[in-house]
Design a protein around this ligand. Structure first.
Ligand code: HEC
Length: 143
């Protein structure tokens, strides 16, 4: 039997489509896992300063919600900041902040990835998954 184009191409497209959507599905599952874990980590390690709603504390602790600083910083830098802290003075939404933020020395790459994913996708960046592989690489290259 001679196959026509449709008989060849349809199964091919169906196969490609199922691969792509599978990968997407896996990523969505991973994203929701990271969000759940990230929320717990955030509540245990960050919320006492930045607030459970990410609004910060007056002129002492900067907000995360709709913060221009967070929106423009890279994910790798955020992973490093969570691990090593920050002691520079910075400007967030026009206000100057200079209290130091302590780092979490024993933070694992997975925890960093979950925190970055949670923070990004909760307060306005909506940048999707920041995977553990990226966090591992970033944490080796912090300066
Ligand atoms: C002890 C209080 C404290 C804790 C705990 C803390 N931070 Fe901060 N954070 C600060 C302060 C103060 C600054 C400003 C630092 C500076 O001016 O150098 C800051 C700055 C930031 C910034 C950059 C500025 C902005 O608002 O966009 C981000 C992002 C951030 N923190 C995220 C986190 C995350 C995520 C955690 C938890 C892993 C965390 N912080 C834990 C106090 C804290």
């Amino acid at each position: 039997m001679k196959l026509n184009k449709v008989q060849i191409l349809f199964p091919l497209f169906a196969f490609i489509f199922s691969c792509v959507s599978n990968e997407k599905r896996m990523e969505m599952v991973k994203l929701s896992q990271y969000m759940v874990e990230g929320m717990t980590l955030y509540r245990n390690n960050c919320a006492n300063c930045h607030g459970i709603d990410g609004k910060g504390l007056a002129r002492v602790i900067p907000p995360l919600k709709n913060a221009d600083y967070l929106l423009t910083m890279t994910d790798d830098l955020l992973a490093c900041q969570i691990k090593n802290g920050l002691s520079d003075s910075i400007i967030v939404n026009g206000d100057l902040y200079f209290q130091p933020m302590p780092g979490i020395k024993k933070l694992t790459a997975l925890e960093a990835a979950e925190l970055v994913t949670y923070v990004n996708n909760t307060w306005g960046k909506e940048s999707g998954l920041y995977g553990v592989k990226k966090a591992e690489k970033a944490l080796l290259q912090c300066y």
